[in-house]
Design a protein around this ligand. Structure first.
Ligand SMILES: [Mg+2]
Length: 201
């Protein structure tokens, strides 16, 4: 069995910084107010940023490639310096002691995912978006799972639940400030990654 952790907002405390970058470039590129840009960003968080622009922001807008380019450029500059959530290393080492494999799955570029894992010495497999065949998080999870119980995916966004459903794997939501995203959906939501240890079968 493998416990697969989403990276942004689940493992890495990155959402505040990434949202600020995204909102700033969307406001500049589209000429819209911050509140609207923030709303668009939050609606599709968890997807690769370019896909966010093409789904919940302004699909087909001529500014999308440049907004995405600037966002990715600045994200790469700050990303590896961002902190992990405090319980991450302890939880991963507890899972290692239990002989449970771990993985990071992400819509972030593979090289950045690997640098984060290296910086914090995380004992896990790493998957990113621009790796083999530009694998989405769904394909990353599918590559780890043969049966439903092979993978427990832990994520912080509503789109992570959809990803788990598409990949046919188990899902646990982590409450990082928006637990209502899962209300009424029958999803197990934990408040701390240590609680995931109680969700292993
Ligand atoms: Mg996330």
């Amino acid at each position: 069995m493998i416990v697969a952790f989403d990276l942004d907002g689940t493992t890495l405390d990155s959402m505040g910084e990434l949202e600020a970058l995204a909102v700033s470039y969307m406001c500049e590129g589209y000429g819209v107010e911050q509140e609207l840009a923030r709303c668009w960003y939050r609606q599709s968080v968890g997807l690769p940023f370019r896909e966010q622009l093409e789904t919940t922001a302004l699909p087909g807008h001529l500014a999308n490639p440049e907004i995405a380019r600037r966002f990715e450029r600045d994200k790469a500059k700050i990303y590896v310096g961002l902190p992990l959530f405090p319980e991450v290393q302890g939880v991963m080492s507890s899972l290692e002691h239990l002989a449970v494999d771990t993985a990071l799955v992400s819509s972030t570029k593979t090289a950045l995912v690997e640098r984060v894992a290296d910086r914090w010495q995380l004992p896990c497999l790493t998957y990113g978006y621009d790796g083999r065949r530009r694998w989405s998080k769904t394909r990353q999870l599918e590559s780890l799972a043969i049966t439903y119980d092979d993978v427990l995916f832990v994520g912080d966004a509503r789109s992570d639940l959809d990803t788990a459903l598409r990949a046919g794997v188990r899902f646990v939501g982590i409450n990082r400030g928006a637990p209502w995203s899962y209300f009424g959906l029958g999803v197990v939501v934990v408040n701390d990654l240590y609680d995931v240890l109680g969700c292993l079968k």
